[in-house]
Design a protein around this ligand. Structure first.
Ligand code: DGJ
Length: 712
């Protein structure tokens, strides 16, 4: 028996692969904390340690859980590839052809010479963060067509002690809700079959040993970078082994590889921390995302947005807009975004999508007067588009009804009165590119809010599904626009946060996290989002006193404090603010502007809370010199006082100035006979003390919030 070992190290992580003989597909023996340099050189010792016992009533030889599980090996889990040549080779047998190790990367080539299929697994370990990326390519070398039903981006064996999964579910207006699920025998499946990332299931999980928390426990993140249909599974096998798989969810017959064709999957990312809990895993993900995925402009100081949607909806007129722009500038906005409603026939959501021409009834001189007004107030200009969509009541649809995704002979159900364009058709792609590019050029648009407001149903070219191609074409369109307009920034919006994955975030650099601007709902929405994404790419606005989606009345401090957790902005009719409210917002906006330079490299620390309804978190600068701490009472607390907030991530050797940065002390005082002294006078406290004893919080009534600054 020939044992072979391959090892890759990052600053804090070791990836160790092994195979039992010359043709076996490699398996992961270890993915986790960095192992001592000489610890695993003895392949015979590793072989002995990983030698599997043979239970009764199973195969006569043990089967490894490899990086590419195949049914032909006898393994009892979902195969990494499902497909066939018109029914033939429904079970393939890919053996190891080669393994190349180059610096941080491993390239594994597998071949089935009978079926004439080749698979390439590419693994790369990020040198500083220890985040592992895996992508898989399938090549059909046969003469006939190979039908692919499933090709996993990655198959990852999970440590045997893992029994709990934290995943994000939701709905429109309430995305990224955290759900803990016990891993039990069988399969946990999380999927979206509707052509977008979805409100319902984010394509990433945090999985670990039971009881993991924000700061403790063995946790691994898995995160698929894909904005279309997706599926992830966690299988607990009868022998106790656990397998995670993730990939594009394909429609039947959607993916057919002709002779010589190949299919490369989107990347799946993994990070494990064996004791540091969720925060440490998030830090590595955020750092990797900043270094490898996000556009460079996300590393610049993020401007304060003002968005027209909730102030105007479809009721556009130039004078109203000008007064709204003036009012937005008065509360410190730096970029004004004209949302839905500016193009032909778009007086409601019934009509107009697809006709990307400025409505001359409302804007007889085009958008120029508006854009000039925005610029005269020192702001940048952003414009809303929903490129993939079309209303049947539009000139585009009347001229090209065949341009929509559909399945003959059935009618496609409408959603928000709209259908979806088939972006994979060159004429559709060109039409969209030309129209969007012309507007970007004419108005020197700084920013596009790229919306996508419906699920894809029966998304075919008339006969075959085009789901996967649709997502790829959307990426190409974004890429083409940002290649021509190098300064252009794009935000990903999909009825709020239904397209917030790492696939789209390679081309965009901000997510409209939710259509709910209810600060109380936002607390959990934003916390859920933060597991995978850093704060500077989280659109967070101060909304109206009475939240439009929920009708909840929330005071101005809580609204502003919650918006400061992300890229601060406004979605409010600022003309209606009284002087007091304006002054309050000006205080928060200047605080944001004074600090934003460190926010885009900050670390997020979510704190565990023993008090029901109390949600605490912090953002700490990279040099640990400055940090913000948020405490929000989502509803009435389960106890009279909120207790101490114990901070994280500070320098234990440094003395910090601690002060209440939010201007709501007068409100908080009314709820207790006395507030803790440090709140009124500030304090100088050592970092180690803040991270052990912590800070006593005041009595916090329902819907109150605090922002604390801790600074060297
Ligand atoms: C859905 C978005 O999430 C909203 O912010 C807004 O842009 C509307 N679409 C406009 O139709």
């Amino acid at each position: 028996m020939t044992e072979t070992l391959w090892r890759v190290d990052s600053a804090d992580t070791t990836l160790l692969l092994t195979a039992r003989n010359t043709t076996d597909v490699p398996s992961i023996v270890w993915f986790g904390d960095l192992l001592p340099e000489n610890a695993c050189k003895d392949s015979a010792m590793i072989a002995a340690l990983t030698d599997l016992p043979l239970p009764m009533a199973k195969l006569d030889a043990s089967v490894s859980l490899s990086l590419f599980p195949q049914r032909s090996s006898g393994i009892d889990c979902m195969p990494a590839l499902k497909g066939h040549f018109d029914g033939r080779f429904f079970d393939h047998h890919l053996y190891r052809d080669s393994v190349e190790l180059d610096d941080q990367e491993v390239r594994i080539v597998l071949k089935d010479t009978a079926a004439q299929l080749e698979v390439i697994l590419q693994l790369a370990l990020h040198r500083t963060t220890g985040v592992l990326s895996i992508t898989t390519t399938l090549i059909n070398h046969a003469d006939s067509t190979y039908n692919v039903d499933w090709l996993a981006s990655a198959s990852m064996p999970l440590p045997g002690s893992y029994r709990e999964c934290l995943h994000l579910h939701g709905r429109w207006g309430l995305e990224f809700q955290q759900q803990r699920t016990v891993i039990s025998p069988g399969t946990l499946m999380l999927h979206s079959h509707r052509g977008r990332t979805s409100h319902e299931r984010y394509p990433g999980v945090m999985v670990g040993a039971a009881g993991f928390n924000e700061n403790t426990g063995d946790v691994m993140a898995a995160n698929l970078a894909w904005s279309g249909s997706h599926a992830s599974t966690i299988e607990l096998l009868s022998d106790g082994r656990l397998c995670y798989q993730s990939g594009v969810s394909l429609d039947p017959g959607e993916c057919r590889l002709e002779s010589g064709e190949s299919l490369q999957t989107p990347v799946c990312y993994f990070k494990r921390h064996t004791c540091g809990g969720l925060n440490q895993v998030s830090h590595a993900l955020h750092q990797t995302m900043r270094a490898e995925i996000l556009p460079a402009w996300t590393r610049t100081e993020r401007p304060v947005h003002a968005n027209s949607w909730e102030a105007l909806y479809f009721n556009h007129d130039i004078d109203t807009l000008k007064s709204l722009i003036d009012a937005a500038a008065e509360v410190g906005a730096e970029r004004f975004i004209l949302d839905d409603g500016w193009f032909v026939a778009r007086r409601s959501d019934n009509a107009g999508l697809g006709d990307w021409v400025v409505d001359s009834n409302i804007y007889p001189d085009g958008l120029h007067p508006v854009v000039e007004h925005v610029r005269s107030r020192g702001m940048q200009f952003g414009l809303w588009f929903e490129p993939e969509m079309i209303n049947p009541d539009s000139d585009l649809y009347r001229d090209h009804p065949d341009w929509v995704l559909h399945l003959k002979p059935h009618a496609t159900p409408l959603a928000r009165n709209q259908l979806v364009l088939n972006l994979d058709l060159p004429q559709v792609f060109d039409y969209l590119y030309q129209h969007i590019a012309a507007l970007v050029r004419e108005y020197r648009i700084d920013y596009i809010k790229w919306d996508h407001n419906r699920d894809l149903i029966m998304a075919g070219d008339g006969v075959r599904s085009r789901l996967m191609q649709q997502t790829r074409a959307c990426y190409c369109l974004m890429q083409k626009l940002t290649t021509e307009f190098t300064e252009l920034e794009i935000e990903s919006c999909s009825s709020g946060g239904a397209r917030a994955d790492w696939g789209v975030l390679s081309y965009t650099g901000r997510v409209w996290t939710s259509d709910s601007i209810d600060a109380i709902d936002r607390v959990q929405i934003q916390r859920g989002y933060s597991y995978f994404n850093p704060p500077e790419i989280m659109g967070a606005h101060v909304g109206h006193a009475e939240a439009h989606l929920t009708g909840r009345e929330i005071n101005i401090h809580t609204r502003a404090i919650v918006a400061l957790q992300g890229q601060y902005g406004y979605e409010i009719d600022a003309r209606k603010l009284d002087d007091d409210e304006k002054q309050t917002l000006l205080g928060y906006v200047s605080f944001y502007k004074a600090n934003r330079s460190w926010l885009s490299s900050s670390r997020t620390w979510r704190l565990d809370s023993a008090v029901d309804n109390l949600v605490c978190s912090g953002l700490v600068s990279e040099d640990q010199c400055i940090s913000w701490w948020f405490s929000v009472a989502q509803a009435s607390l389960s106890q009279t006082v909120a207790g101490n907030m114990v901070l994280c991530g500070l320098n234990p050797a440094v003395d910090y100035q601690v002060r209440l940065a939010s201007s709501n002390l007068h409100q908080l005082r009314t709820f207790s006979k006395k507030v803790p002294d440090w709140l009124t006078s500030g304090a100088v406290v050592n970092g180690a003390v803040l991270m052990t004893i912590g800070l006593s919080l005041p009595v916090m009534p329902a819907q109150s919030a605090l922002l604390i600054e801790v600074k060297c």
